[in-house]
Design a protein. Sequence first.
Length: 240
Amino acid sequence: MDLGLPGRTGPVAVLGCGAWDSRLPDYRKSPARRSQFTRKICRRTRPRTLPAGNGFHITFRNMTNGRRSWDEQGSFGKESALRAMLPELRDLSPREHPFPNSAFVRQFDTMIVEPPTYLSALLDGIRIAGATIRVVEIRDRGVIQNLPEKLVFNCSGLGAKALFADEELTPVKGQLTILLPQPEVQYSVGQGDIYMLPRTDGILLGGTHEMGVWTLDPNLDKKQEILAQHKAFFDGFKNC
Ligand SMILES: Cc1cc2nc3c(=O)[nH]c(=O)nc-3n(C[C@H](O)[C@H](O)[C@H](O)COP(=O)(O)OP(=O)(O)OC[C@H]3O[C@@H](n4cnc5c(N)ncnc54)[C@H](O)[C@@H]3O)c2cc1C
């Protein structure tokens, strides 16, 4: 792929394009990795993502999230590595929220990216920048060594296990249950492991984490579990 960028001395190859893998939790636990995540990923990503604006259909939504307690250094904590990306963060008093079983409820604005629109706009942008896209299977490492490009970004995700004999890599399967679109739903909520995110193409309900599961087949038992958990959550709303 030739990015055609000014100052770029030669063509580059990007393998794969953009699932959770088993190492993300380790990144969160290690202070050094957390710092690397903040400095090298979050702070560089944000300014590039926000100006992407309308064509990419990235919107801010209000998120209300409930927990039995907060890890202030965790993802939605006040000392989170992502704190700068959580504008309008504030704790809600019990009178301000309807959540049934959460001692601590907090609200913030968060970005919602709609992959069908975003990925298509991204591909357009890449092509306009002069790059070419080839869909091929890289069968082994030797194929990479023989590429004409001298700079190669390896983004093969779980495919890296076979490609680079990476024995540590383990998938964590996540599944979304999607309800019909409801344009009137303009907020998102989460409590514990469950979350609801509204998109123009549907209402997303999660979340599941199946460690070591490779299959891409939907898990219908998990779907029923998620629907039941969300029903119990919303049915339990109190007046506020
Ligand atoms: C249910 C769920 C919800 C999620 N929600 C969010 C969210 O809200 N926000 C968020 O930021 N992230 C979310 N994620 C995580 C996000 O989807 C991943 O972090 C992201 O897709 C990882 O991108 P990647 O490029 O590293 O890997 P992948 O998306 O897995 O891409 C790897 C690509 O490489 C290709 N490939 C692999 N091996 C080869 C080979 N040998 N030859 C050729 N091609 C190969 C694959 O076909 C694939 O296209 C969610 C994940 C799940 C499962």
